[in-house]
Design a protein around this ligand. Structure first.
Ligand code: NDP
Length: 480
């Protein structure tokens, strides 16, 4: 079986202890390659390599660094089909999703920050008659980037691209569940002769390799996307070491639908915002609140559409939903469906595992699931499920909708459907979320701040926010 390797100082390396574990294909439930079980010894190597590369990478002009990053983007484009099928195979997502969203977006991330860095300027503050302050924004040094499995290369590149563009050298760990496209990225780096040590990729479990990146005294900033519990553990280690921290964590996003909305557009977008990527996008709207006047109409139309959604193997061009990412994750999602029933929920669609024919009969498939009749404060409505499961709850007034929408510990994103302009802005202002979509969902401009409030995270990614995170500001005052 193929063994993927770490990539440290421009060289493919086996983990020091030479221990590997299986990478399981969600579509079939079978192992198809092996992943290094790296630990602190491998991270030590990677950090040293990044440290050595830092003076020359950070000393390079922004234009030259930008050129290198563009070459990385072009290298991905040149292997587009390979990246697309690897992402779909590793994650279980429909291949058309990987082709239209994941890999093109990873390319855009590199291009965006490659061009962004040549337009990045710092501030000056004039004190009339006294002097002038100017701000230098300097790269931090060695930084750690840790990313999850749901949008593997997309979220990995969303971190490493700004980190490198700003002049840092990186030690990065993709999720152990979906490491393959990060491995192909290393092949691209080798092919284009990317400067050695600038990006070091260490594969393995979060508790070993991830933890070692966070604890290493030389990783001066940690950019993490993943679950809120892991985020807490990382913060408890990094905060006393005074590391810069960017934490993009879980969500339980409300989708608030008023009875004056454009019904057809809302309905088709709500299908996507509920079940795209099997509901495994941190921005999916898992709690659907519908104004009572159209509740029954919405319920009937939505459930009919959901029942028709095609759950199939990822390479099936007709698949609306593919496999969820792993057996433990499938079991977790199914256990939440059981919990919902115990809490008094009525399953209107789905609610069960889906068994496909061989060779997919051991894959991890779940029917898209709609549940109603739950109290908004019950566990099903408060805890992140991160799968193809949504709940329906009616509401009467704006106040009602806001009280329920804001009732969770999370605050990542919210979607609001209404044609009433004033109400739309009022709701956008009041809903507790870092990102709000009015009459739309997942329209992304890479320049905008991205992140959540409450337990959904600390800090913002995207645009200048990311370049600010990956640099230290130094103020210099010059007396006239
Ligand atoms: P996890 O928190 O389990 O893992 C995320 C990453 O952290 C993985 O690479 C993981 O490695 C690693 N990790 C795990 N434990 C540690 C540790 N102790 N120290 C350092 N690193 C560690 O999240 P998932 O991968 O399960 O991703 C799903 C979660 O991500 C959901 O909660 C989702 O909401 C959130 N998410 C948030 C987004 C946002 O922008 N706010 C976007 C996308 C997802 P390993 O895989 O080996 O465990």
């Amino acid at each position: 079986m193929e063994k993927i390797q770490n990539y440290i100082n421009g060289v493919f390396l086996a983990p020091k202890k030479n221990v590997y574990f299986d990478n399981i294909e969600p579509a079939t439930g079978k192992a198809y390659c092996q992943i290094p079980n790296s630990d602190d010894a491998d991270v030590e190597l990677a950090v040293n390599s990044a440290k050595e590369a830092f003076p020359s990478w950070s000393g390079m002009s922004n234009e030259l660094r930008s050129d290198w990053m563009m070459k990385l983007a072009e290298g991905i484009e040149a292997r587009m089909d390979e990246f697309v099928s690897a992402e779909s195979r590793d994650n279980g997502k429909p291949i058309k999703l990987a082709a239209h969203i994941d890999i093109p977006r990873a390319v855009s991330n590199f291009k965006f920050f490659a061009t962004g860095i040549v337009h990045y300027s710092s501030e000056s503050h004039l004190m009339h008659g006294v002097g002038v302050n100017y701000t230098l924004r300097k790269p931090i040094g060695v930084v750690g980037c840790i990313s999850p499995w749901n949008l593997p290369l997309y979220l990995f590149s969303w971190k490493i691209a700004p980190a490198m563009a700003a002049g840092n050298c990186v030690v990065a760990k993709p999720s152990e569940v979906t490491p393959y496209t990060a491995y192909i990225l290393c092949k691209v780096m080798e092919e284009i002769n990317f400067p050695k040590g600038v990006l070091n990729i260490v594969h393995g479990y979060g508790q070993n390799a991830g933890d070692a990146i966070v604890r290493h005294p030389l990783t001066k900033a940690i950019s993490f996307t993943g679950g809120t519990t892991t985020g807490k553990a990382i913060a408890s280690i990094a905060a006393p070491m005074f590391k810069k921290l960017s934490l993009e964590l879980g969500g339980k996003n409300p989708n608030i639908i008023f009875d004056d909305c454009d019904f057809d557009e809302m309905l088709s977008t709500t299908m996507r915002s509920s079940f795209a990527n099997q509901g495994q996008i941190c921005l999916c709207g898992s709690r659907i609140f519908v104004q009572r006047g159209i509740y029954e109409k919405f319920k009937t139309a939505f459930v009919e559409k959901v029942r028709k959604a095609n759950v199939s193997f990822p390479t099936d061009p007709e698949a609306h939903l593919g496999a969820v990412v792993s057996r433990p994750h499938m079991e977790k999602v199914l256990s939440y469906i059981e919990l919902a029933k115990e809490e008094g929920g009525i399953v209107l669609a789905g609610g069960h595992q889906v068994f496909l024919d061989a060779p997919y009969n051991n894959g991890f498939y779940i029917a898209p699931t709609v549940i109603e009749g739950l109290d908004y404060m019950c566990r099903t409505n408060q805890e992140e499920i991160f799968g193809p499961v949504v709940t329906l709850t009616p509401f009467d007034s704006e106040e009602d909708a806001l009280r329920m929408a804001n009732s969770t510990e999370y605050g990542l994103s919210a979607t609001i459907w209404t044609r009433d302009l004033q109400r739309a802005h009022r709701m956008a202002d009041q809903v507790q979320a870092g990102i709000v979509w009015l009459n739309s969902w997942l329209v992304r401009d890479l320049r905008t701040p991205f992140g959540g409030v409450k337990s959904s995270g600390v800090g913002r990614e995207g645009g200048w926010e990311a370049l600010r995170f990956f640099t230290e500001a130094k103020n210099v005052f010059v007396k006239y």
